[in-house]
Design a protein around this ligand. Structure first.
Ligand code: HEM
Length: 147
């Protein structure tokens, strides 16, 4: 089981409570699709992903980016049991969507960049460490049901 310090718990709750899901989620997913274009292969039904402008203006990307953040919200609310919280979502990404689990890390790095840019000076080294620890647990839990 993952241990969290009070600082880590407070930091994660604080970041997510201030976050605009419908801004940050779309920006993170769009960034991932732009800088790691091979991640586009899972979104063949999303229409035009032809270039960065098309990706950033694509309403399906925006909608799904927001969905992903609502998915992360479940981990924030269940920090002591992220693994079980994501059991079903892990099965979905593995068995139904066939998403290579390496991609979870790519998306989480894009999310870190977007959050860092938004928080500016508030995103101190300690805050970054807490945020990245949280995302590492998410990434590992989403990868749990792969075999
Ligand atoms: C669907 C969460 C990463 C590909 C979903 C759904 C959620 C979710 C909540 C909707 C599930 C449902 O409809 O029941 C997450 C979280 C991620 C993550 C929390 C990591 C932080 C990824 C990555 C990829 C991916 C990295 C591919 C590169 C997909 C696809 C769908 C999906 C293709 C179905 C989309 C659709 O057609 O509506 N994800 N996801 N996910 N996810 Fe993820």
């Amino acid at each position: 089981m993952v241990e969290w310090t009070d600082f880590e718990r407070d930091t994660i709750k604080d970041i997510f409570s201030k976050m605009e899901y419908e801004v940050v989620g779309p920006a993170a997913l769009a960034r991932c699709l732009v800088v790691y274009p091979w991640t586009q292969r899972y979104f063949g039904n999303f229409g035009n992903l032809y270039n960065a402008a098309a990706i950033m203006g694509n309403p399906m990307v925006s909608k799904h980016g927001t969905t992903i953040l609502h998915g992360l919200d479940r981990a924030v609310k269940n920090m002591d049991d992220i693994k079980n919280t994501y059991a079903e979502l892990s099965v979905l990404h593995s068995e139904k969507l066939h998403v290579d689990p390496d991609n979870f890390k790519l998306l989480s790095d894009c999310l870190t960049i977007v959050v860092a840019a938004q928080l500016g000076k508030e995103f101190t080294g300690e805050v970054q460490a807490a945020f990245q620890k949280f995302l590492a647990v998410v990434v590992s839990s989403l990868g749990r049901q792969y075999h």
